[in-house]
Design a protein around this ligand. Structure first.
Ligand code: EPZ
Length: 420
């Protein structure tokens, strides 16, 4: 199991290239199931989750080929030969559930393992299943698997989500693209990754109105054709490295970053004392003077993203004053707190809220990573801490952050991976 060692206290300075968005790339890859023609995706991040998704699609019959040697352009195509998504893949990556809608829409059946819970919560998929049932699918749960089938085509329906689930929105949008008739999806998630998926589906011939809003109207078509689509930059990677620049008191240019996707993150960081300036090729981020505590509550887009909660909490742990951080999306997303407190942070959790009282400095320590965003928050803490930090179980990190130690080392961080 690899670990990452950091000797903190060095201000970051330099440029970091922001990669394609993981949470756009994963649903976009499942869109390859929706057409017998080739879907080409560009700006694909090099992540463990992308490889896992490629393996999942390959066992469905969809070959995922490198168009360029660097693996950042993928060509997906093939005939669906297997409609089962097995437990041993799904348990490793919950986004596997996103093959359900496309398989049902293309071939009328799917047998997908229930993803099960994960470190941050139970993460049910009931909204995905209820929506597909409204579109005429028969759904049975047996032996830990979802057995879904439909006679003929899925049919359009009006579906109102009780809350803006990202995955449910994506599964139902892809299913509706090939359904018979009109589907209205109301109260859907509006994350930029969903807009990116919708834009790609339209390029493939889908008929979607309301893109970027919380109400999508889809006129189903008989078939979708191939397309080439460039994936948007990763706004969570952008926010993460913005926090790295701020917490080390450095100055970093985030190349290809898009400020317009950062909404509440940019507003909150600026209020906390972080300078973010748009430049021709990205975003210049540095700490103006001191950092001070600003309360935050995670919410669906355009609110403050839950995927930035842990990273922001680290920034607040060394800010002037105090900040209340409230997590409204997942029920167990504070596992970074005990590890940060071992590094000298002063964070108290009360239910869904954590009060963070700023300290003058964190101190390095061996810490344990538990999930993707908690892992990177410990890296951020190590960058700022006095002394040495060793983050263990970094396989979580590799799922969502490409070459994190190389990107940080190139900006002056004393960071290296220890392979055990
Ligand atoms: C996506 O997960 C992201 N993953 C998550 O990013 C992100 O945290 C989350 O959206 C919220 O923004 C990908 O895009 C691959 P949800 P998803 O459906 O689709 C509950 C990361 O770190 N819920 O919006 O699973 C659920 O339990 C990952 O990159 C139901 O109750 O998120 C959760 O509490 C972590 N029933 C809340 O809704 C359902 O049918 C939000 O879930 C579906 C969800």
């Amino acid at each position: 199991m690899d670990s990452i060692r950091i000797r903190g206290g060095k201000p970051l300075s330099g440029r970091i290239a922001i990669g394609g968005a993981k949470n756009a790339a994963l649903p976009l890859m499942t869109a390859g199931l929706l057409t017998e023609q080739r879907l080409v995706l560009e700006n694909v991040p090099q992540l463990a989750d992308i490889s896992t998704m490629a393996s999942l699609l390959a066992q469905h019959g969809i070959a995922v080929d490198n168009v360029t040697d660097d693996g950042r352009s993928l060509s997906l195509g093939g005939a669906i030969s297997n409609t089962e998504a097995p437990y041993d893949i799904v348990r490793k990556m919950r986004a596997s559930i996103l093959v359900l809608g496309p398989l049902l829409a293309r071939v009328g059946e799917a047998r997908v393992s229930l993803p099960g819970g994960c470190a941050i919560g139970t993460r049910p998929v009931d909204l995905h299943l209820k929506g597909l049932e409204q579109m005429g699918a028969r759904i049975d749960l047996d032996g830990g698997y979802i057995h879904a089938s439909v006679q003929g085509r899925l049919r359009g329906a009006t579906i109102v989500l009780p809350f803006a689930s990202v995955g449910a929105t994506e599964n139902l949008l892809m299913a509706a693209a090939l359904a018979d008739g009109q589907t209205v999806l109301a109260n859907v998630a509006r994350e930029p990754e969903i807009t990116d998926l919708a834009d790609c589906l339209v390029a493939m011939g889908a008929r979607i109105a309301g893109i970027g809003t919380d109400r999508l109207t889809i006129e189903g078509v008989d078939a979708l054709h191939g397309a080439t689509h460039r994936i948007i930059p990763d706004r969570i990677e952008t926010g993460t490295y913005a926090c790295a620049a701020a917490i080390t008191g450095g100055e970093v240019r985030l190349v290809n970053a898009r400020l317009d996707h950062l909404g509440a993150v940019a507003r909150t960081l600026r209020e906390a004392g972080v300078e973010m300036t748009e430049e021709a090729d990205g975003l210049l981020v540095r700490r103006a003077n001191g950092l001070h505590g600003v309360d935050v509550m995670t919410e669906p887009y355009p609110g403050f993203p839950t995927d930035m909660q842990a990273q922001y909490m680290v920034l607040m742990s060394v800010a002037e004053g105090a900040a209340m951080v409230t997590e409204t999306i997942f029920e167990n997303r504070f596992m970074h707190v005990p590890e940060l407190n071992r590094m000298g942070a002063r964070i108290n959790v009360h239910g869904a809220s954590a009060i963070v009282r700023g300290v003058s400095a964190l101190s390095g320590a061996p810490v344990m990573a538990t999930d993707l965003r908690a892992s990177v928050s410990l890296i951020l803490a190590g960058l700022a801490a006095k002394g040495e930090t060793v983050v263990n179980r970094v396989y979580h990190l590799d799922r969502g952050y490409e070459a994190v130690e190389q990107k940080l080392a190139a900006c002056g961080a004393d960071i290296e991976r220890l392979s055990r």
